[in-house]
Design a protein around this ligand. Structure first.
Ligand code: 2AM
Length: 168
């Protein structure tokens, strides 16, 4: 299974991101736009593994309280366009804790710096210069989700297979 650990969004933030995807789409000649159900923020990418029990234990081992997350701004990595997350020490700490726990459990997790982003579309071919305005909106993150990624009938489908609440 191809796995990653993610934050899933409130309906309000999902709606706002969908408006941004619509704006991105109208300014593109072509692109592979993220499905509403697939919108997420990756905290740790694990990749192919069958060791889901070990991943769950790593998720359970982190000590983190609920925290506020604010979406806003946008950018791109090559032809991948993303919405941003405001600088957030609680988020960075949680991602670092998860990555350390996964490494300790024997997973090889990339050591490149954590760059929190929400992928809106890939393989974007702009009509002209793309302008995206993403209003800032906040939510409380009170759980993290273990996501399975698979291709079904040519579509990318992400399914939550475990959720870990964050508690005070
Ligand atoms: P992306 O959207 O920037 O491609 C499922 O593929 C999730 O894991 C996506 O959020 C994806 O980020 C992320 N992901 C895929 N490969 C990754 C890698 N090697 N390192 C970090 N994140 C990765």
């Amino acid at each position: 299974m191809r796995l990653f650990i993610a934050v899933r969004f409130s309906d309000e933030i999902r709606a706002l991101l969908l408006e941004s995807i619509a704006a991105l789409s109208t300014q593109s000649l072509s692109g592979n736009f993220t499905d509403s159900k697939n919108l997420h923020l990756t905290l740790a990418f694990i990749g192919e593994t069958g060791r889901t029990g070990a991943v769950r234990r790593a998720m359970d081992s982190v000590e983190a309280s609920p925290f506020s997350l604010t979406v806003g701004g946008s950018g791109r990595f090559g032809n991948l366009w993303w919405a941003g997350i405001e600088g957030n020490p609680a988020l960075s700490r949680l991602a670092a804790q998860l990555q350390a726990a996964l490494r300790q459990a024997g997973f090889s997790i990339e050591s490149r710096p954590f760059q929190p982003h929400i992928t809106l579309g890939r393989q974007i071919v702009p009509k002209d210069k793309i302008l995206l305005t993403i209003p800032s909106a906040s939510m409380t993150v009170d759980k993290i989700s273990l996501m399975k990624s698979e291709r079904l009938g040519g579509r990318l489908v992400y399914t939550a297979i475990y959720e870990r609440p964050l508690s005070e």
